[in-house]
Design a protein around this ligand. Sequence first.
Ligand SMILES: NCCCC(=O)O
Length: 389
Amino acid sequence: MIERIDTEVAIIGGGIVGGSAALFLRRLGVPVVLLEAALCGARASGVNYGGVRRQGRGLEQMPLARRAHELWGQLPELIGIDGEYVRSGHLKLACSDADLQALHAYREQTRGFGMNLQMLDQRTLARRFGWLGEQVVGGSLCPDDGHANPRLVSPAFGRAARALGADVREGTAVTEAIHDGDRFVLRAGELEVRARFLLNCAGAWAGRFAQGFGEAVPETSIHPLMMVTEPLPLFMDVSLGMQGGGIYARQVARGNCVIGGGRAVASGPDYARPGRDATGTLMANAQRLLPALRGAQVIRFWTGVEGNMPDHNPVLGPSATVPGLFHAFGLSGAGFQIGPAVGEALSELVVHGRSSIPIDAFGIGRYTGAAHGAVPRLGPVREQTLESP
Ligand SMILES: NCCCC(=O)O
């Protein structure tokens, strides 16, 4: 028998973006149904590296990253757990003079965003981070950036939204999403959801839903390769990255080192797996950068499927074709840190018709060539409480 639900806002995707959008909407009393094909936070936002850094983000993303930094500081109040979030500092290394110049330039460009970047020369690096092995010529430290456990944090957003009354359906893959002229209609097996607003937060699968609404975008999938070692004596007291890409690494309180770099191998449109060549390269590079890893056992390699846009900025904002549809996808490399601010921006778009954080740079029109029309606002809603049906 078909189960029919009428709601104000339907969300496709229960990652950190969809989950936080649901949470912020529920904090405003807005009825929400969230449909997640797998488990909340089980895809890209739950299996990423766990970097919670503003350093390195493009200028367009800085306002979102700054707001997200504030929200991360309120994590236990938001989702009920600390998610192993630590403000360890994020150290970006330069291996050449050109990379060091790029770090200096970035520091100048991002002044005013509160990152307090500290440039460190080779000698200072050696003194403060004597465990670094590779020849680095300098670095930039963002003292308040850090890392967290994505497997704990990302599912907790959907859980917190559910605790506030969101109707969160896991294992519920949306097979059809249309607008019938009056409402969005989503079908998933025996479930039919009708809603005034639709948030497309489907990660690497979001481009398919956008296309269904006449907005074809060049979203591709990226499969970052990561590994974790057995617990080792604590030595790495910052999260590491490298200018221009390469290795990134952090050590958790239990001693395990989480290290990423390179790509896994796609094994179909929806899955990927670590490949032998890339795992060998990652281990070799990691040992050069971090000699303490020599002889350490790697206990797991993994990857995920991240949605990526050609300009490495997300698509975030109103649809250009269907009023009431909002997109938030293509956040590869950024979604875990900025996700909570993206979710909050989506809730503002629905309730106020505008986001308090500038998001114009992320419009879908930069790919489709279309300008969006008037953005509808939610207006008064019947308050939904945990007790109301
Ligand atoms: N997907 C790479 C993320 C690395 C970082 O956040 O530093």
